[in-house]
Design a protein around this ligand. Structure first.
Ligand SMILES: [Zn+2]
Length: 382
């Protein structure tokens, strides 16, 4: 993994590059930031950089024997600790060692992999992930040995907040007295979930959401999306590359066509057609239903922009812009806000397995009511 393959990490990259180059890198780093922004990949890129024999311009070379091993996640001085569903009763076994062969291809394929994806890969969607004390004990044993080949021994703890109480306490000792040339890298989305004593011994590195233009550029090359479409998906992803990937793999075309048709039906309130639409909607997968509602919400919120942005800056296909312009004419800000709230509630209920058909009928009728509401004149202008 090289820094150059990641996106939107300029600031934290500069900080660690400067620290490494001046020999002042902290022995413990806490990468803190929201899901899907590549914290784990950043940790792996830093580990590779630390062990690269011939780094170039602040990045690992990607070619030396160390880099080749780093890229395959088999470098003997780079240790991953992975959260694991359930516990292994055998004290001599490291849960990570049991599953690392499953982790490697997944992470190499997608460096923005999230813990939810990891659970799914282990067929443990409904289980809690944890890092137990035996894992940390075995890690300490390995850390007491000399570095095999690299300059640094690097430990990457993915989701460090998943350490249970005794694991965290055991890890604290390693943090207090780290062996020479050791760098411990922890990732978490919420520092409050870590022991304060662990937090205070790490240098915290904030990893923010990835800017939409960076995500958009990635989506264009990876999924062959048009520039506007890529940016539209990027905006919906709210700084998460992983969410952007999920959205890009969905059928955005279907939403583009279905949303205007749905809004027209809501306006006209043709009951038989609404029932038909609701029935079709209920046959879609839960995932699509949720995606459809989220996309609809995004469109309603974006409708406001139609008023003041030139067409080439609107991130929708041409036909849809024409629709949104017309849609906009029958809406006030207050109406838009009400419709957004209604759809937002629907997103919540779809996520909780509500009856999709009933939900769609009732939502459509409520939107109809809002669309046809009489506008009370502004009292100030009366
Ligand atoms: Zn190298």
């Amino acid at each position: 993994m090289q820094f150059s393959s990641l996106r939107g990490i300029d600031r934290p990259k500069e900080i660690v590059q400067r620290a490494v180059d001046s020999g002042k890198l902290s022995h413990a780093l806490l990468l803190l930031g929201p899901e899907g922004n590549g914290k784990l990949a950043f940790a792996a890129a830093l580990a590779a950089y630390l062990n690269c024999k011939t780094p170039i311009e602040g990045d690992s070379c990607g070619k030396c024997p160390d880099c080749v091993k780093s890229a395959k996640l088999v470098h003997p001085d780079i240790h991953f600790i992975l959260p694991y569903p359930g516990t292994l009763s055998d004290e001599q076994k490291s849960p990570t060692a049991e599953v690392i062969h499953e982790f490697r291809p997944k992470f190499i394929e997608n460096p923005w992999l999230e813990l939810e994806d990891w659970k799914h890969a282990l067929a443990a969607d409904n289980k809690q992930l944890g890092i137990g004390v035996n894992e940390i004990r075995l890690l300490k044993k390995r850390m007491s040995l000399k570095a095999f080949e690299g300059r640094f021994k690097v430990v990457i703890i993915w989701g460090a907040d998943k350490m249970n109480g005794s694991a965290a306490n055991s890890f604290l000792k390693l943090l207090e007295e780290p062996p020479d040339n050791t760098v411990l890298i922890l990732t978490t989305i919420d520092a409050a979930d870590l022991l304060p004593t662990i937090r205070s011994r790490c240098q915290t590195l904030l990893m923010n959401r990835i800017p939409a233009n960076e995500i958009g550029a990635y989506l264009q090359t990876k999924y062959n999306l048009e520039e506007q479409q890529a940016l539209q998906v990027a905006l919906m992803a709210e700084g998460s590359m992983r969410k952007a990937q999920v959205l890009a793999e969905k059928d955005t075309q279907a939403v583009s066509e279905k949303f205007p048709a749905w809004m027209r039906l809501c306006y006209e309130a043709k009951m038989d057609e609404i029932s038909k639409l609701a029935e079709d909607f209920s046959r879609e997968s839960r995932e699509f239903q949720k995606f459809f509602m989220e996309s609809a919400l995004h469109r309603v919120r974006e409708t406001l922009k139609v008023r003041f942005l030139p067409e080439d800056q609107l991130l929708f296909p041409g036909a849809e812009i024409q629709f949104l312009k017309k849609f906009n004419q029958i809406l006030t800000d207050a109406k838009l806000e009400k419709i957004a709230t209604l759809i937002d509630e629907a997103v919540y209920h779809v996520g909780r397995n509500a009856n999709a058909q009933m939900l769609m009928v009732s939502l459509s009728l409520r939107i109809h009511k809002v669309l046809r509401e009489k506008i009370t004149p502004n009292p100030i202008l009366r």
